[in-house]
Design a binder for this molecule. Structure first.
Ligand code: AFP
Length: 338
């Protein structure tokens, strides 16, 4: 009879893991990023608790406002934004905050000012909230520029300048996936301990997948390369199987599956949405950073996402990311259309 594996008595918590990465940086590591990540952990637990109890404590439905994108804000959007802004400010480690829910960047007062800037979407996928489908928080972290006291210029920089990025997925479990520029690790919240435990060390996107993820309801607006690519994966040469479609409509959930199972996630620009839908700073950059750190590729179709230079904190961009070979196949259709 197979022996049952004994429960681990040596849990690697997120803080322990990040601290051990800090130790590898030697004297260069001041502990500030660890403390900032601690604040993000706390906000994630707080938001996760509210997401789980939303139906019970009357947190579903609209808050009655629209955000800067002209989208209706849900009560949980507003609450999650407030939780993050308060906690990041109080951490004393931030200088500039950019949230999907706030028109202007938040410049932190001198008393609480630190060296990092955090760009975030506090609750992404909010159209899924009321149905109890997976939603998430996405964040990216920059170090302020040398000599800067913290201005919006510190975040109007290419995504390759980020020092860390991650997301938290509120689903059947609460998962935090993080990169500090040294690979990607996934942690699962153990609610009884109140700790994120390392459960997915060194996530690597498979080099090829079998799944494509796109809102195909928009296909009448798609540009030629996207249509041709989709046709190619749905009508493969004989003997090969077509790709399966999976689309949740929460970027965090669709990207999480893509990182673990491989395949391609797409939200292209099209004839109707000339710049696409997803926001560059707090959706595309962090997810592109994680994808590249996990060995995948993230592109607009014609350019590496992490090389884009933002000019506006809420700008949008076209996104294709996932398995290296799948995304390279897509890029060939763009190259062929030149
Ligand atoms: P919502 O927050 O409005 O639900 O948008 C979610 C999102 O920004 C991203 O998480 C999804 O990948 C994408 O938009 C879904 O957009 P469509 O509903 O147009 O497919």
């Amino acid at each position: 009879m197979a022996q049952e594996e004994a429960p681990s008595t040596d849990l690697i918590t997120l803080t322990r893991h990040v601290l051990s990465e800090g130790f590898r940086l030697g004297p260069a590591a001041t502990g500030d990023l660890t403390l900032l990540l601690n604040a993000i952990q706390t906000t994630s637990k707080f938001i996760a608790t509210n997401v789980r109890r939303a139906r019970l404590i009357n947190l579903v439905g609209l808050a009655g406002e629209t955000n800067v994108q002209g989208e209706e804000q849900k009560k949980l959007d507003v609450l999650s934004n407030d939780i993050m802004v308060n906690s990041l400010r109080a951490s004393g480690k931030t200088a500039v905050l950019v949230s999907e829910e706030l028109e202007e960047a938040v410049i932190i007062d001198e008393k609480n000012r630190g060296k990092y800037c955090v760009v975030f979407d506090p609750l992404d996928g909010s159209s899924n909230i009321d149905a109890g489908v997976n939603i998430g928080t996405i964040f990216g972290i920059y170090h302020i520029k040398p000599e800067s006291k913290g201005t919006v210029e510190d975040v109007l920089r290419p995504g390759r300048d980020m020092v860390a990025a991650g997301y938290v997925m509120y689903g059947s479990s609460c998962n935090l996936v993080l990169s500090t520029g040294n690979g990607v690790n996934g942690y699962t919240l153990d609610a009884s301990l109140g700790e994120f435990i390392l459960t997915h060390p060194d996530i690597q996107v498979p080099s090829r997948g079998k799944i494509y993820s796109i809102n195909e309801g928009n296909s009448c607006y798609y540009h030629e390369p996207v249509l041709k690519y989709l046709h190619s994966i749905k009508n493969p040469p004989s003997g090969k199987s077509p790709y399966s479609a999976r689309y949740i409509g929460s970027m965090v959930a669709d990207v999480h599956r893509t990182l673990l199972y491989g395949g391609i996630f797409c939200y292209p620009n099209d004839k109707k949405s000339k710049s696409g839908k997803l926001r560059l700073l707090y959706e595309a950059f962090p997810m592109a950073y994680l994808t590249e750190q996990a060995g995948g590729v993230a592109t607009t179709g014609t350019e590496r996402i992490l090389d884009l230079q933002p000019t506006n904190i809420h700008e949008r961009c076209s996104v294709f990311l996932g398995s290296k070979e799948d995304v390279q196949d897509l890029i060939k259709f763009y190259e062929g259309s030149k």
